[in-house]
Ligand binder design. Structure first.
Ligand SMILES: [Zn+2]
Length: 225
């Protein structure tokens, strides 16, 4: 039994699993997503959702989602790159969906008794499945996935402690500079690129792979936090 296992009640009076909230992993690859057919005996079972579960007291949402994805779907953290979070905040309890892209070909499988099947689905087919109610309520936002965010930093910005905070908790999508998009997500988790004195050139070269924020001075990081 983990420290987070147990029921709690949010401000709206719902009962939720996970004393410290819960988290799950939505893994995407082009136009496909990994879904878990939940075992009939689980809470709101015999539905399709994502691998996930209760957070432990010491765990952030990304750590919890990656742990659950390994336990339930045999997904290795080394094969996935988190790009953002969607936080369904109920005041007193929250469910964080960690959206991630694959970094290589992965073959998920049902790895414990909580799953009947874990497999890839075409994103276009998801709405037609019998979905877990929480996942169903979030799906319209979750499928609106923005391009990945690159945070290109010079030496001066790299030395600022705020950088580590942004790397861990991400950038709230409402704080993104004009012209950048957050899709349906709450926060984007940037990939930090250390570029020293060549930050401007590096920023230009990453523009073809996603969205780019260039931080030359610590003040540029403050605008994101
Ligand atoms: Zn609630």
């Amino acid at each position: 039994m983990s420290s987070g296992d147990g029921w709690t009640t949010c401000a709206a009076g719902h009962r939720h699993w996970g004393r410290f909230g819960a988290a799950g992993l939505l893994l995407i690859d082009d136009d496909r997503v990994v879904l878990q057919h939940r075992a009939p005996w689980t809470h709101q079972g015999d539905t399709w959702g994502i691998p996930g579960g209760a957070r432990d007291s010491h765990e952030d949402a990304v750590a919890a989602a990656l742990r659950e994805a390994r336990e339930e779907a045999d997904l290795s953290p080394a094969d996935v790159a988190p790009i953002g979070l969607y936080i369904d905040d109920h005041d007193g309890w929250s469910y964080t969906t960690v959206i991630a892209r694959t970094t290589r070909t992965v073959r998920p499988r049902a790895a414990n008794a909580e799953s009947v099947t874990v497999r890839w689905h075409a994103a276009a087919d998801v709405a037609g499945l019998r979905l877990h109610p929480g996942f169903a309520a979030s799906w319209a936002r979750l499928r609106d996935v923005p391009p990945p965010l690159f945070l290109v930093v010079s030496d001066a910005a790299a030395a600022d402690p705020l950088l580590e905070q942004l790397r861990q908790t991400g950038v709230e999508t409402s704080r993104l500079p004009a012209g950048l998009v957050g899709g349906g997500l709450t926060r984007l988790l940037p990939r930090v690129v250390y570029a020293g004195s060549r930050a401007a050139g590096a920023a230009a070269s990453y523009a073809s792979q996603g969205q780019v924020v260039l931080a030359v001075e610590p003040e540029d990081l403050k605008l994101l936090a």
